[in-house]
Design a protein around this ligand. Sequence first.
Ligand SMILES: C[S@@+](CC[C@H](N)C(=O)[O-])C[C@H]1O[C@@H](n2cnc3c(N)ncnc32)[C@H](O)[C@@H]1O
Length: 457
Amino acid sequence: MQIWHDNMPYGKIAERKGHQGWMKQEGSYFIFPGGGTMFPDGAERYIEKLTQYVPLKSGLLRTGLDMGCGVASFGGFLLKENIITLSFAPRDSHKSQIQFALERGIPAFLLMMGTRRLPFPAQSFDFVHCSRCLIPFTAYNGSYLIEVDRLLRPGGYLIISGPPVQWKEQEKEWGELQAMTRSLCYELIIVDGNTAIWKKPAKASCLPNQNESGLDLCSTNDDPDEAWYFKLKECVSKVSLVEEIAVGSIDKWPDRLSKPSARASLMDDGANLFEADTQKWSKRVSYYKMSLGVKLGTAHIRNVMDMNAFFGGLATAVASDPVWVMNVVPAQKPLTLGVIYDRGLIGVYHDWCEPFSTYPRTYDLIHADGINSLITDPKSGKSRCDLFDVMLEMDRILRPEGTTVIRDSPDVIEKAVHVAQSIRWIAQVHDSEPESGSTEKILVATKTFWKVPLTSK
Ligand SMILES: C[S@@+](CC[C@H](N)C(=O)[O-])C[C@H]1O[C@@H](n2cnc3c(N)ncnc32)[C@H](O)[C@@H]1O
C-alpha cells in the first residue's frame, strides 16, 4: 500500500509513528506497513489473533466500526475478509490521519466521540473495535459505552485493545468497564493480554434484572435511530427489533445485500420498495457504465459518495466493482440508514446545507440523486440553502479529474450546469435511461485540474 508523497506532503505521522509501522516515507511515496499502536507487528497478525475469538472470516460479520483508527490499517486489512469497516478519528495531534486513510482508498470519516451521538443509526455495526483509541468508556456516567451499545448490533462483538484493559494505573476504569458490560449482559469472551472481547446479547436488554452499575433504560420517547445533532444520553436505548436483526439471524454476506431486512419490512410497503429500488439502480448503473462513460468498475474510481442513498441501491449495484461507497442519508429524509447497514453497507447521516466531515479531494465519484431535494425543507418546500453552495462543497470533496453525476428535473439541471461551468467542471447533460419514461436529466461532470495563477508582485 503506497500513496504519492506530493499528494499529501505531511510527514509528521511518518516521523512520530514510523517505529510502530503506521507509515513511512520511501522516495516519492508514503508506504503503509500496516502497523498500529497496539499492533506494531502489523494488522494482519493482530486480525489472526482476534479470529481465534471473533468469527471475522465466516461471512457472519460484515460491518465494523473502528473508533480512533489512526491511518485505518485495521479496517484496510479487513477488506480482504469482505468486511467493511467505517474507521473514524478526529484531526488532533495525529494530524491528517483520516486524509491518509482516504488517500489509501480505505473507508474513513472525520469524527470524534465527544458530546453528541455519532451520526449512525442504532444496532448497525456487527462489531465495534477500539485499539488504544483513548475514549474513556466509563466516564460521564458511562455515556460513551452506552453510545457504543446503541450502535452495536445484537449478537455483535465489542473488541477493546489497550487501556484500560489490564492496564497499569487504570485498574479502577478496568473494573468499571467490566461492571458496566456485566450490567448490559455482555458475555465476556476473552481477556487476552491487553485485549478484551465481549459479545452483546442477541435478545432484548436484560438491564432491569441485573444492574450493578445503576444504568437506566431510556423512556419510550427516545428514538435510538436519531443521531443528528443529538446529545449523548446516559440511559440505554430501548429498541423494537432485536432478534430479527441480530448477528446470526441476519443473512451472511453477500446474501444480506439483496434481502430486505426486518427493518426494511417494518416500513410502509418496505419490502416492495426495497426490491424496486434494487432493480432501478441496477439498470441505472449499467446505463452509466455502458452509455454515459462513467468509469465505475475501473481503477479510476475507488472512493464513492452517494449523497442521497435511501436504501443503498446505488452501492448495491456497484458491490462487485473495486469501490467502496459512503451512503449518506440526509437528516431531513426518512431514516433509512439502518436498512443500509442491515444489507452490509456503511454510511452516515448528514445535512447537505452544511460541510461534509471529510478532507478536500477525498472522493473519486460523487452521486447526487435529486439534488434539489437535499436542500428543500420537506414541510415548507422552500430551499434551506443555495444549490451553488452544495456544488461548491462537492467540488471541495472531489479529487481533480473526479466525476460527479447529478440527477434532477430539467430546470434544476439547467441551474446545475450553470454552476458547474462557473467552477470549471466539464459538464455534459444526458437524458435519463430510455426505458424509464422519465423526463429527468443527468448531468455528468469532470472536475478539471487547475490552480489559481500566482500573482507576480
Ligand atoms: C494511539 S492512537 C491509536 C490508533 C490506532 N487505533 C492504532 O491502534 O494504531 C489513538 C487514536 O484515537 C483517536 N482518538 C482520540 N480521542 C478520540 C475520540 N474522543 N474519539 C475518536 N477518536 C479519538 C486519535 O485521533 C488516534 O487516532
